[in-house]
Each structure stands twice: as C-alpha cells, then as structure tokens.
Design a protein around this ligand. Sequence first.
Ligand code: SF4
Ligand code: SF4
Length: 618
Amino acid sequence: MEPLINLDPGKCIRCYACVRSCPVKAIRLQIAGGYPEVNNDRCIGCGECVLVCHPGAIQYRSSIDDAKALFASGEKIAAILSPSISSEFDDISDHRKFVTMIKALGVSYVNEESFAVDLMAYRYLSLLNDFKGRYYITSIDPIVVNYVEKYHPNLVGNLAPLISPMLAMAKVVRTVYGKDVKVIYIGPEIASKNEALRIEGDAKVDVVLTFKELRQLFADYNIDESNLEFSDFDSPLSYKGSLYPLRNGFAQAADMDENLLSASMVIVEGKKNMVDAVREFDEKIKTIQRHFCITFGNGLEGPGTTKRGNRWYKEHQVIKYANKRLQNFFRVEWYDDLQRFLELDLSRSFVINDQRLPVPTADKIKKILADLGKSEEDALGCLECGYESCRDFAIDIANGLTIPELCISYAMKNTQAYEQSIHDLNEKLAQTRKSLKESEQKTIVEKETAVQASELTNAMLEKLRSGVVIVDHVLKIVKANATFTSILGDEAEQINEVIPGLVGADLNRLLPANVITLFSYVLTENETIENRDIRIGDNLINVSIFPIVKGKVAGGIIRDMRAPEVQRAEVIFRITDVIDRNLEMVQKIGFLLGEGATDIERMLNSIIEFYKGEIKKK
Ligand code: SF4
Ligand code: SF4
C-alpha cells in the first residue's frame, strides 16, 4: 500500500513550510538546501503539510481508482457522508440533490455519519457515567489516536476503548443492509484513510474518499445536480450529530453537561491544543480529574476539503443544514434506532507504536545551542522554526530531524559570513585581474622590445662581413647570416632559398668534419676556439667558435680568407701583430743600430697605412 503522505521533489520549491508545520516532526531535513523527507512511520495523518504546501509537492494517497473499481464491480455499496458536507458543498442548492448525485455514482444507500455521532456520544455518556476512577481521552478522532499511540504510548490505556463514528456507522449500515454491503466513507480528513485499513469485520470501511476526491469523481462521471431529482438520506437518520463539525458538537449530540462548573469533560480542538492537552493529561491528570474530548481539526477545513478560511461562514452552513434536517425529525423513530444500535459491539483496542526519540545529553544540547549562537538562558526563541523553544529545536537537530539552517538567526549569520567571504573573494579577484592586466601590458612591451632587439640584431648580423652561425646541442642551425651562406657556396645558397636563414639545417652537412669537430669541442668543453685557419679544398677560412649556453648553444664566426677586404684586414692585423710582438725587438735593434732601424719601422708603418687607406676606399 502506498504511504499516506508522498512528497514529489519535482514540485518542491524547498520552502520547508511542511517541516515547520508538522506537529510530530515526521518530515525531516538532513541537508541545507536539500529536499525534505517524509517518515510515514512517525506521521499521524493530520495533513498539515498538505495544507501548507502551496506548490502541491505533498499529496495524500488517492482513493479515486479504488472507488471507481468498486463502482464498476456491481457490488451493493453504502456511502457514509460526514456532516461537514454542508460547509464543503455549499455550491449545491439542496442536500437532497447531493444525495442523488452520490447515488448516480453507483451507490445504493447514502447514510449520514451523524447518526453514528449520536450513537457514540451516548455510548461515551455511559462510559463517563460509569466512572471507575480512570479518566479517558476520546478516540473519536483518528489523528488523536495515532498521536497517543506514537508519542504518549503510556496513555494508550486512557484512550476510550470505543470505535470512531465512521467505523460505528459502517457497522450500522452492515447491520441494516447486510454484511456483504461495501462501504465508502466521504469526509474532510485524510487520517480516516489509514484508520479504515486498521479495522476488519462489520466496521470495515472499504474506501475513504475526501471531499476533494468526490468532486473529482463528479467531474469524471459528468454528474451535475441540474439534471437530477431530489432523494433523501437512507435511515437511520441523525439528530444533533449533524453538529459534529462544531467545537462542542460531539458533547451536544448526547446533551452532555457543558457547564464549566460541573462538566466532567474538557473539550479541546486544534493542533497546538491537542499536543498541549495530551501532555497535560499525561503530567497532571491526577489534579485535573476530568475526561478529555480532543479533536485535532474541526472537520470544516481538513486537508480533504477544497475551501479554506471563512470558518464562521462554514459553521453557519453546518447549523443551517442541521436546522433544516431537524424540521422533519422524528424523535421516536430516532430514539428507537439509537437504542437498537447501542446494543452493537462498539468497542476497540489500541496498539502501542512508540515513535519517541531519545532525549540527547545536556552537554550535547548545550553545544548545539552554542553553535546556534544561543545560550540556555535566552533559548526561548522566535518560534519561526516551528518549535516551541530553541532547546526543542536543538534536541531535534541532535536526533537528525532538522538542521541548524532552519534557524533564521543562524542562517542570517551564516549568510553574512558567506557574503563577507564572497566580498573578500571578489576583491582578491579584482586585484588579480589588475595584476594580470599590468603583467600583460608589461609582457607586450617586453615582447615589442624583444622584437625590436631581434630585428636590430638580425640587421646587424646581416651587415657583418664575417659569416655568423649559431647552433644547438645537436648542431642544428638556430641562426645564420647571409655571409655565412655565401661562404658555404651554391649548395648552401639553394638551401637558404627554401629555408631562410638555414634555420633547422644540419651543420654536419654544410661544413667539413674538422670544423664540426671544433663546434662539438666547444659545446662539450665550454671553451672558446679563436682564429683557426682551416683549408677547405682550395679555400681558406678562419674560424672562431664560442659557447653561448653551456652545452646547449654555440656560435661561430667564419671568415673567407679569399675575400679582398679580409685579406687586407688580415694582412694589417697580422703585420700589426708582427709589429706588436717584435716592437720590443725592433726598439732594441733601433737602439743598437740607430737611425737605420727607425727607417725599417717607418717602412712597415707605411705599409699598414696603405692598407688602412685601401680599406677606407672600399
Ligand atoms: S512545503 Fe512543499 S514546497 Fe515547501 S518544502 Fe515542503 S514539500 Fe517542498
Ligand atoms: S500529515 Fe501531519 S503528521 Fe504527517 S507528515 Fe504531514 S504534517 Fe506531519
């Protein structure tokens, strides 16, 4: 069987109104921002969550298909209607039309639950009059029965051992129409759906429909009062039981003593009142010394109704309907029915289903309160979380039923901290962006400078009359100038046309082995080789090789000794070198030979000057 309460996360907007509204914390929240979860074992079927969930994410178990199957089965069916039909179906002109509409669904008998209200009220009167020292809590409302069984199991023995009016009426109709008749109950509460599942035998109710579901069936079967005639409820008919939806309707039904000075029964109605009343009964019944007639709702605005609000208008509708019904009331007939059915076995028993959770240690509660920013002294709280106090809230946090984020002040504090951290993060982000932009601009400038420097170097390299080549550690050319290419000859010139600057060309294929050996030596030993004259065929080149990056990059300057300017420069260089190296000797000779030696020096200098002049001319 599908659970009574179902939550569709697809429709849930995570407002947590359901978590706050549940009087027994049967809806828990485990993760901040997550979806609530319904624990149907803890649920008492009050339907508060259904009423507060505006997106309709929480729905109760539908009985429409069961009802349709029953209508189609051909079985004899008796419908039992809650007396609050008058407040729900105020859009139907006459209750007699309403009875015909129900019959049009395929129902044979239409009965009022109010007769069973009369019956049970008198049964209660007997129980209370036969007082033997035990005070009772009425068991007319299945929500209250569930609450006691689950949350005050020690009071199960104080639940009046009598069936509810719905079950009593099922027993009555089976007594009248036979045991085989199927029973459908139509009312405002959804707890009745689960109550029906608990009872077998004559009091069994086969299908429980809410008013909302009944409207759906009227629509599905296209049933409208406009083309239907009047018909009346089937007997037995009720008396004051039709006032049941009103706060003291049950007491009125049996003319119970409602005098505040002498009444033996306290009448309680409503969610908070139910919780408080059962607790006080538990704690102080020895002093209070009265029976408690407790109902959770009033039957006018249960989760199975379609109209909310206007309570006093609804009460007016109930009273108006009751008065109208009583215009044709036959008291003798009613009294005979009452006496007859009071003989039925209307008793029942209850089952302890303890859903209480352990109370956490005082230290744990204290710590949770401290985490929430509350001390035990100021823990009365704002009630916004739906709890009576911060302490109750802390207990449920400890039991895993809720989370601290449901506390508004805690959530706000966290939000502020979160906003501050976002603010700090944004500032850091802005600072990083600024630094990045500056660094980007710096890089652009550096890149431009590098490009300019590279262009300048390239231009200078191209202007040099010596060949220049730069190679990597495997002797691939990184850079070479035009003079280098021209020194190497035609083959190198052709390669240069395909690979400008010979970039990536293998030096091994361009220079003889003895030169390659020199490059390898420089790369390996990280030493410079200067001015090596090397003959290549008929040609003579002068080579200087130097390391640029140890073991990785080396550069070479190669001069073609056949070039006239090189020859002249070299002659000048070498003569100058001869002069320099022999100057001392010349001076010594001059010193020894006098003017004759000076003439030799003058002659040599004139040769140098001649070559310098020739170079300038070029
Ligand atoms: S009340 Fe409805 S929408 Fe809000 S959290 Fe609960 S299930 Fe979701
Ligand atoms: S029906 Fe009532 S008890 Fe059950 S989950 Fe909803 S609010 Fe809680």
